[in-house]
Design a protein around this ligand. Structure first.
Ligand code: LMR
Length: 328
């Protein structure tokens, strides 16, 4: 018995401080509303983590930037102030993994199927692996569908973007493709977008229907184009010291909870966005526009040089090449 206790003590000596207290608290911070694919996914994870660990782990979800805004949440993960995040792939440059931005390339995925195939394949896996040297564990990808774009004037042809100040979330790729259209992209935290649109700090923005609906962007944008020009996806990430230091049984239970929460989130993302778009339409404050095949082709042609520019900007020609080959 003494021997067993000694072995047990040794095994947990390194993490004893972290996990001595029960329940183990896991802070999960994100910037969107609860009523979105990511919001619902994080709440499902909270519920499943409680169930599978028998209450030994308590997940606290902080939605809507209530705890941290975009840039701050990355710092908080690094310092261990939070344990879990789910930032979009547009937000990994500040931690030194700009390769994620390849996923933001315009018109790269052939619909939902093209996206799903890519993320489940070697590109998805290799991107998550790049987080390891940064002290981060990549756990999963969560889907949030395709971007729309909006302003107080209709955006149908590239020329309509001339001189338009557009909010982007951080990706150099979005910066490049909006510049190709003649717009002036500007990075702003997600929590600041509504006010920036309302006060004219920026003229327009891009996002998915679920984010437009829950953040009420349709109140301050007269025209929304359902352009599907780029895809919004999240990498769910954990502080590595925390995750790898968890007792193996708890880590296994949390991994199971994460796998199921991921399947759930990815299964609802499409319909959530269909429903949000229907609500925006029904609300009637903003006019929805859909691109004709000719208009879409004009966007594709205008943005095409971004594929070449991306090779140096995302730090990996290989990823861009692989993506162009596999995403169709
Ligand atoms: C944005 O900043 O526009 C998005 O990344 C927000 C989100 O997490 O969906």
């Amino acid at each position: 018995r003494t021997v067993l206790i000694a072995v047990g003590t040794a095994a947990f000596a390194g993490t004893r401080g972290l996990f001595a207290q029960q329940p183990v608290i896991v802070k999960f911070s994100h910037v969107v509303a609860n009523d979105t694919p990511k919001g619902k996914g994080s709440l499902r994870f909270q519920e499943l983590a409680q169930k599978y660990t028998n209450g030994k782990v308590k997940v606290e979800v902080y939605p809507n930037s209530t705890l941290y805004k975009d840039k701050e949440e990355m710092d908080a993960l690094a310092s261990g102030a939070v344990q879990l995040l789910a930032p979009s792939t547009a937000k990994f440059r500040p931690i030194g993994v700009p390769e994620f931005e390849a996923m933001d390339l315009p018109f790269i995925f052939n619909g939902d199927e093209g996206y799903n195939k890519t993320i489940a394949g070697p590109i998805g896996t290799s991107l998550l692996k790049m987080l390891e040297p940064k002290g981060i564990v990549g756990l999963a990808y969560w889907d949030n569908g395709f971007h729309m774009v909006s302003a107080n004037r209709p955006l149908l042809m590239p020329a309509d973007f001339q001189g338009l100040k557009v909010r982007i979330s951080g990706s150099k790729i979005a910066d490049l493709y909006f510049r190709r259209l003649g717009a002036l992209p500007q990075i702003l935290a997600f929590s600041e977008v509504y006010q920036a649109l309302q006060t004219g700090v920026v003229d327009g923005c891009e996002n998915t229907p679920s984010n437009y609906w829950t953040q009420k962007f349709y109140e301050v944008q007269k025209h929304i184009t359902v352009s599907s020009h780029a895809h919004l996806q999240y990498a769910v990430i954990a502080n590595a010291k925390f995750w790898n230091g968890l007792p193996a049984d708890l880590r296994g239970q949390l991994a199971k909870a994460m796998n199921e929460a991921t399947d759930y989130t990815n299964s609802i993302a499409r319909q959530e966005n269909v429903d949000a778009l229907a609500r925006i339409k029904e609300n009637g404050k903003a006019t929805l526009h859909y691109l004709t095949p000719q208009q879409r082709q004009a966007w594709v042609d205008a943005m095409k040089p971004v594929y070449k520019e991306a090779e140096s900007r995302v730090g990996s020609k290989q990823i861009v090449d692989d993506l162009l080959r596999s995403a169709g």
